[in-house]
Each structure stands twice: as C-alpha cells, then as structure tokens.
Design a protein around this ligand. Structure first.
Ligand SMILES: Nc1ncnc2c1ncn2[C@@H]1O[C@H](COP(=O)(O)OP(=O)(O)O)[C@@H](O)[C@H]1O
Ligand SMILES: [Mg+2]
Length: 460
C-alpha cells in the first residue's frame, strides 16, 4: 500500500483527538473506572469528536496537499511536452512554505518556457535555412531510409515518392558507394563525388551525423548544382585550346616562309610573294591579339562605357564611309536607309561604331562580289533599331545558335582566308550587352543574313 500524506495527516489528527479525549477523561478523575471511559455517552461524544476531527483533518490535509497536487499536475503537463500556465497562488490563504515552493516552480516554468521557445525558434530557423538553401539536403537514417529532404533536393533531383532509400537515390545519381563506409568515416570527414544526371552536373557530398552522445545516427547528403561552373570551366579550357591553335597556325606559316627565304635560291618575285604572306599572317595574329585584349578588357570590367546621347544617323553615316572602300573592292552596293525621324541613342560612341563596323565587314566578307548591303535605322517602341541586311552566303540554321561563341566560325578556312579571327561577333555581343542593347541574327543559307539590334534612347 502506498503511503499517502493525506492519510497520514488525517490519521495523526484523529489519533491526536482520541489521545486528547482519553487524557482529558483520565485527568478528570475517571482513571480507574473503565466503565465510565467506555460508557455509551462517552463513546457517542468520542465518535462526534472523531467525526469532527476527521472533517477538520480532511480540510487541513487538502489544504496542505492541494498545492502539491497542482505542482504534480503541472509537472505531468511538462513531461507530456505541454506547458501549463503559471500556477495561481492565493497568497493570503496558502502557507508561506508553499508560496516559496510555488515561486520556485513558477521561476522554473519560466526558464523552461524560455528555453523551449529558444529551441523552437532555433529549430524553425534551421528549418527555414534548410528549405531556402540552393543546395539539396537529404538525411538518411541508419536503416538507409530518407528521413528528411528539402525542397531544393526534390526539385533538383526530381524525386518521386518511392525514391526513399539511400540505394535508390545513389542509383539515380549513378554513384556507387558503401553506406557503412560513409557512416564510419573518421573525424567528421566527408566524401565528395561529381556526377552527371541528364543535363545537370552535380557535386554530391556525404557525411555522417551523430547524436549528442556521438553515436552515428545516419548520413547527410548535400547536392550542389555545378552545371554552370563546369560549363565555364569547359569554355575556359576550350578557349585556351583555341587561342593556342589559332596562334600556332599563322606562326607555322610565318616560320615556314621565312625559313624558305633564308635558305636562298629564290627569285625576287618569290621573295616578295612569301614576304607578303608573312606580313598577312603577322597582321592576322596582331588582329587576333588585339581582339583578345579587347575581350579580356570587357571580361574584367575594365571597359569604361562612356555613354552619352548620340546622333544615330551621324554615326551610321560615318561607319558606312569607313567601310565603303572595302565594299567597293568587292563591287558591293552599300546603302544607308533611315526612317524620317531616328531618335538619338544613349550609348558609348566607340563601341557602337565598332559594333556596326564588325557587322558590316562580315557582310562585306561573306557576300560574293557585287552584293547588296543595306543598313536601316529607325524608332521601335521607345528604342532605336539598327539593321544590317546582306544578300551573301548566309549562315546555316544549325550554326546560328553558336555564332556569338569565341572563335566559332561556320567555315574556318573561308574565315581565315578572309583574314577573320572568329572573335568579331563575340566582341559585338559583349559590346551590345554593355550598351543595354539587344541583338538578333536571322539568316538563310545562300540567300543572306539580317542582323537586328536595338539600343536605348535614354539612360535606363
Ligand atoms: N553576314 C554574314 N554572312 C554569312 N556568314 C556570316 C556573316 N556574319 C558572320 N558570319 C559567320 O559567322 C562567323 C563568325 O563571325 P565573326 O565572329 O565575325 O568571325 P570572323 O568574321 O572573324 O570569321 C563567321 O566566320 C561566318 O562564318
Ligand atoms: Mg567578323
């Protein structure tokens, strides 16, 4: 049987009353007369006393025990994960000791509430960070089941409902890795893999996670989309390979011709002819180097776009005059057709001139002799359009998408023969972007090419 404080208090009270009763009777002189002690009347009085004592003891025991009960109830609440309101203390009626106990209990409750709040807000902070991370995060339990997955992971890996285990996800990512090997990695180390899933290049990092007692609880997998950096890396590698190749070709011919000249036994005409080739190749190399320098300047944001309001028609006239000689060499007809009112453009003069020159020289180069090249200009919405149309060899549809890439040429041999570097349109694209412009190329093989650009008329 459990010992109850209430019962003890009640029993003690009743025993006390009985003792007091008996003592009173004894002291009142009926010590030896047992008949008197247990006479009917005295028994009734005793019974009434005991009853009264019981009632008083119930009241007192309740008074003593009920605050304890309330604390117990509060504790039970806390243990169930709920937080009770502060206990209400009736100051004037409670015992002082209980008031102190209640105060201590209220203070404890406050601390628990604060800690719980901190913990909850920490948890929700972690939750928010996880959900808004660009990287995918997936947690696996020791039984290899997915126990958490953020939105980025679901989106990036396009996860379906039944892809809920370590093995299934590794299979999806084309990774072969032993779960236990990661689980027991020494000293908080992690393992990284690079993989390809469709068009996505992914970096996957695995690391074990632990309980407070440092027992392994599972594995965290972090998925990062590295497609862009892989692409940039590839473009960089390709670029270096292209530059080396492009510079090696003219160097080889320069060396070949100069060695031939040095070996002697050549007629004067032959020497002049070979020297011309050497000069041509050297010029092409020098053009390429200056184009590369220009691109690298743009890449490193070292270009000062000196923007101002420019007279569109004046610029186009000036550029047409600059290339007219070259056009006439190939018997092209070059026309400038402007709308009645062409608004000024807000741009950097030097770069606009170079953009139009690069496009016009392409039209001149890639149009068979006697072609027609037209430059149009006019307003469109709140911008100005400049369009260069030729009736040249055109660009195949499949190449149109890559035409702005550095060193990309439809026909390398033809471009080289024309003295091209394959960088003209890349520079154009960068400069158009730098001037907040747009550029679009339409072309039909053997029919001609149409390059349309738009530029702002005022500061944007
Ligand atoms: N008007 C055009 N007509 C036909 N092909 C063109 C025209 N403009 C550009 N191209 C094609 O685009 C390629 C890239 O042009 P560009 O970057 O200026 O290099 P480059 O002129 O030095 O070869 C050219 O090699 C050519 O194949
Ligand atoms: Mg060009």
């Amino acid at each position: 049987m459990k010992i109850s404080m209430k019962k003890i208090i009640r029993a003690m009270y009743i025993i006390m009353v009985v003792i007091v009763y008996i003592t009173t009777i004894i002291l009142s002189g009926s010590i030896i007369d047992t008949d008197k002690i247990f006479s009917k009347n005295n028994i009734i009085v005793l019974f009434i006393f005991v009853l009264l004592a019981y009632i008083v003891s119930v009241i007192i025991s309740n008074k003593i025990v009920s605050p304890l009960k309330r604390i117990e109830k509060g504790m039970r609440f806390i243990s169930e994960g709920k937080l009770p309101d502060n206990l209400k203390i009736k100051d004037d009626k409670e015992f002082q000791e209980y008031k102190e106990l209640m105060d201590a209990y209220s203070a404890m409750l406050k601390v628990i509430k604060k800690n719980t709040f901190d913990l909850n807000s920490q948890e929700s902070k972690t939750e928010i960070i996880l959900e808004h991370m660009a990287d995918g995060v997936i947690a696996f339990s020791t039984s290899r089941q997915v126990v958490h997955m953020n939105k980025a992971a679901m989106r990036m890996l396009n996860i379906t409902e039944n892809e809920d285990t370590f093995e299934k996800l590794c299979q999806k990512l084309n990774i072969t890795i032993d779960f236990d090997k990661i689980m027991y990695l020494p000293n908080y180390q992690s393992m990284e893999f690079k993989t390809q899933m469709g068009d996505l290049a992914l970096s996957i990092v695995f690391a074990p996670f632990f309980s407070d007692e440092l027992n392994p609880m599972g594995i965290i997998m972090i998925v990062r989309n590295i497609t862009d950096s892989v692409k940039t890396d590839n473009v960089r590698k390709e670029f270096v390979a292209n530059v080396s190749h492009e510079l090696k070709t003219p160097l080889t011919s320069i060396r070949g011709y100069s060695e031939t000249i040095m070996n002697g036994d050549l007629t004067y005409q032959e020497i002049v002819k070979f020297s011309k080739v050497i000069t041509q190749e050297a010029n092409r190399m020098s053009r390429m180097v200056s184009d590369l320098l220009q691109l690298s300047k743009i890449d490193y944001n070292k270009v000062n776009w000196n923007k101002s309001t420019l007279n569109t028609v004046d610029i186009l006239k000036k550029v047409c005059e600059k290339v007219r000689y070259e056009a006439e060499q190939k018997s092209h007809k070059l026309e400038l057709i402007c709308a009645e009112k062409v608004p000024p453009i807000y741009a950097d003069r030097d770069s606009i001139e170079q953009i139009v020159i690069n496009i016009l020289t392409n039209s001149i180069k890639y149009t068979p002799d006697g072609g027609l090249i037209r430059v149009y200009a006019g307003p469109i919405d709140d911008r100005v359009y400049i369009k260069v149309v030729d009736n040249g060899i055109g660009i195949p549809q499949k190449d149109l998408g890559r035409i702005f890439e550095r060193f990309y040429r439809v026909d390398k041999a033809r471009s080289r023969k024309m003295g091209g570097t394959g960088l003209g349109l890349s520079i154009v694209k960068e400069m158009v972007d730098g001037n907040n412009g747009t550029i679009n190329i339409n072309s039909k093989l053997n029919e001609g090419t149409e390059v349309t650009m738009t530029f702002p008329t005022k500061k944007e």
